[in-house]
Write a protein that binds this ligand. Sequence first.
Ligand SMILES: C[S@@+](CC[C@H](N)C(=O)[O-])C[C@H]1O[C@@H](n2cnc3c(N)ncnc32)[C@H](O)[C@@H]1O
Length: 247
Amino acid sequence: MSQSSTYRWNTSGATEAYDVAAPAIHPYYEKVQDEILDLLSFGAEEAFELVDIGGGSGRLAERVLEQFAGARVTVVDQSEPFLALAERRLARFAPRAAFVQSRLQDEWKEKLQAAPNVIVSTSAIHHLEPAEKRALYAKCHAALAPGGMFINGDEYRPESDAELRALLEEWSVHMSDAIAAGGIPESFRATLDFWKDRNINRFSEPKKSGDDCHETLPTQIGYLQDAGFKNVRATWAEKLWAVVVAK
Ligand SMILES: C[S@@+](CC[C@H](N)C(=O)[O-])C[C@H]1O[C@@H](n2cnc3c(N)ncnc32)[C@H](O)[C@@H]1O
């Protein structure tokens, strides 16, 4: 079952604005992608399978396909509008790009053409509540080919509520300023207002699946270890964002 059509990433206004302005919305968007690409230690022509879960409009997939001529990439996402953008963006790489519409909580792994050598994700898994994250990490561990790697560039909260709130407020100002300066389209304002209401005005309300269910790095490293991953570590962290790799 897909998420509701009113879910914020299921409206074409939000997805199109995010697609064009992601590097202005997310202060470390390209830095996170650079970190992930650096962790892919494959030769330029070497064959490998990569799956991007919550891959949205395929911006990271595009960089993987450009850099690695032997890569095949599958974008998994629940959002029809995001997948439509991804299909358009990656059409020039056919048949090296594939698409699966699925919630991360559902059986996306059964729809893959081959066991992946790498599963990556950016800015998506924090939408899952704790039990869903644990189940997803177990699913990723089971899906990977032997010796495979999982990499998540995502939002990880600090321990303290006051620090988390300050980081969210700082990000909110960053996004508002970027809309005012024209770096983010006006059409993103409704998404930002929704985000501010949920994350700042209603900061203390309990989070449910689909909200920003922020958890700390140590908590999520623990979840990955419990799922069977070894060598779990953060390779980069700044403010609300970090890249975690697990083998
Ligand atoms: C902020 S966007 C990031 C997209 C892309 N990874 C990027 O960095 O450009 C969040 C993405 O996560 C997807 N997503 C959120 N919750 C999901 C879920 N439960 N199952 C599948 N995809 C989900 C959304 O549809 C959206 O594409």
